[in-house]
Design a protein around this ligand. Structure first.
Ligand SMILES: Cc1cc2nc3c(=O)[nH]c(=O)nc-3n(C[C@H](O)[C@H](O)[C@H](O)COP(=O)(O)O)c2cc1C
Length: 204
């Protein structure tokens, strides 16, 4: 296993995946278990992953992803799903902290009250939070894959409405992105050029 800095430097998007490589349910679960460590606003964890690995479902998803070959070739393509109403689950999601005595009843009630105050009646922020959390979980998933010697390829090139319908997303769920994960085949691009530090950093 590589250290975190090496993983950050080594990860690139793969287009070419070994179509003979399969991932076991245990391997898929290990990546998702690592992704669960992703931070989210109020710890609401308003995202989930659909692991598309069967030939039949991969073909269905590939057609909805403008026939991008990696969806068919990669061992798994994850549909990253964000939930715009995730803050409504907070009473359940943070209850283990109350039960463990990590927070008291007043903090528990205050936590939920603050989230309701922030997100109720603000559909823009609700959707932003679904995308934000899903994006952070996506990054964790891609780094977890890299750490396990796999490669990944994020995709926004897909029919969002079609994916939501075909994969039975809920009314308040948003397909954030697709992430193909598997073993690299030959011919992937080397690291692409990046902006200069001076273009992205202002130190005040
Ligand atoms: C949100 C997002 C959506 C992307 N969508 C696609 C896509 O639909 N198809 C594709 O081939 N690459 C897609 N990419 C890959 C980007 O082109 C790639 O990340 C970028 O060129 C930087 O290269 P690197 O990931 O190898 O560092 C996407 C990447 C991200 C983060």
């Amino acid at each position: 296993m590589s250290d975190a800095i090496s993983i950050i430097k080594e990860r690139t998007s793969a287009n070419n995946f070994d179509p003979t490589h399969h991932m076991s349910q245990a391997e898929i679960e290990e990546l998702v278990q690592l992704s669960i460590n992703t931070p989210t606003s109020f710890n609401m964890q308003n995202w989930r992953l659909i692991a598309v690995s069967s030939q039949e479902k991969k073909a269905q998803l590939k057609a909805l992803a403008f026939n991008q070959p990696k969806v068919g070739d990669a061992a798994v393509t994850f549909i990253v799903v964000g939930n715009a109403m995730g803050y409504k689950d907070l009473p359940h999601v943070i209850k283990p902290m109350l039960d463990a005595g990590a927070i008291d009843q007043a903090a528990y009630d205050g936590w939920i009250g603050m989230a309701n105050g922030m997100y109720d009646n603000n559909t823009q922020l609700q959707r932003d939070e679904a995308i934000r959390s899903g994006a952070l979980a996506s990054m964790t998933l891609m780094y977890a894959a890299q750490a396990k010697g796999l490669v990944s390829g994020a995709m926004i090139g897909f029919d969002a409405q079609g994916v939501a319908k075909a994969f039975h997303l809920g009314e308040h769920e948003v397909p954030v992105m697709l992430i193909a994960v598997g073993k690299a085949a030959a011919g992937n691009w080397p690291r692409k050029a990046r902006r200069a530090l001076s273009e992205v950093l202002s130190t005040l």
